[in-house]
Design a protein around this ligand. Sequence first.
Ligand SMILES: NCc1[nH]cc(CCC(=O)O)c1CC(=O)O
Length: 309
Amino acid sequence: MNKIIRIGTRDSELALWQAKKVEDTLKELGYRTQLVPVKSTGDLVLDKPLYEMGITGVFTKTLDVAMINKQIDIAVHSMKDVPTALPQGIVQGAVLKRASTADILLHKGDTSFLSENATAVIASGSLRRKAQWLNRYPNHTVVDLRGNVNTRMQKLQDNEWNGAVFASAGLDRINKKPKNFVPLDWMIPAPAQGAMVVVVNMDDNFALDAVAQLNDYETEMTTHIERQFLRTLEGGCTAPIGALAMYSEHDDTIDFKGVLLSLDGKIKFEIHKVVPIEEWKKLGFTAAKEIMAQGGEALINELRLHFKR
Ligand SMILES: NCc1[nH]cc(CCC(=O)O)c1CC(=O)O
């Protein structure tokens, strides 16, 4: 019980907040912990190429390498940034209780551009947000916007754009949600948006036992459904895909919404199912198969070709 659990985190404000949240909870349970901010892959060396180890995520690979090198014991991620296939030897230790799943639009006080036929420039670096925005507002233009939450907020202020799309959960966590925002209740979030995951080395029973106590079963289940939908549809390519599963205690059912769009938002395949809880394990898979049968498979194949070029 005396071992110190080293918690790896990236050094953005949001990442640090999330890692501290896990640290505090572990401390409350009586564990000793240490936060280890990990900067870039540059100073981390592995004796095998990353892809051979199944390390693919842009946001997660630095921590994956640190974990395989045993420089950290666990890593905390925004679950939506984690590829659906984890690297060899790394397992999901816990999914924390989910916060808001919503996307929101930050604007500058005037929202008249949301009325029909108006034009506007909206910023987002996400294929999913861009496609859903253009599907709903075909007269608008969507420009690219990348960086961590703080950088993106600054860029919105520094540019003439009308607004930019953010995950509500990220802004809530670092307490930076401005008053100028509108919730986008029609937009389907990224699979696992608003959830945090803790990953652990497969053979580390001490950390696995500790972290298991942080798991929220309902969030584990709903994010599993959403990520299964994503994995079944895209199979390694990137595509504008949204998914949201919600458990209803009252009916003991899962409400699932999924969407796949073309990059320009002109084509959209949607699914909405409400199923008894007993069917949760296959729900993401069956929903994805239905989207494919609607014509989604051809669209995915097109996207695969597009990104190969
Ligand atoms: N890709 C960046 C990212 N990863 C997780 C969050 C916020 C927290 C969450 O969605 O769980 C964000 C910022 C955003 O999408 O605005």
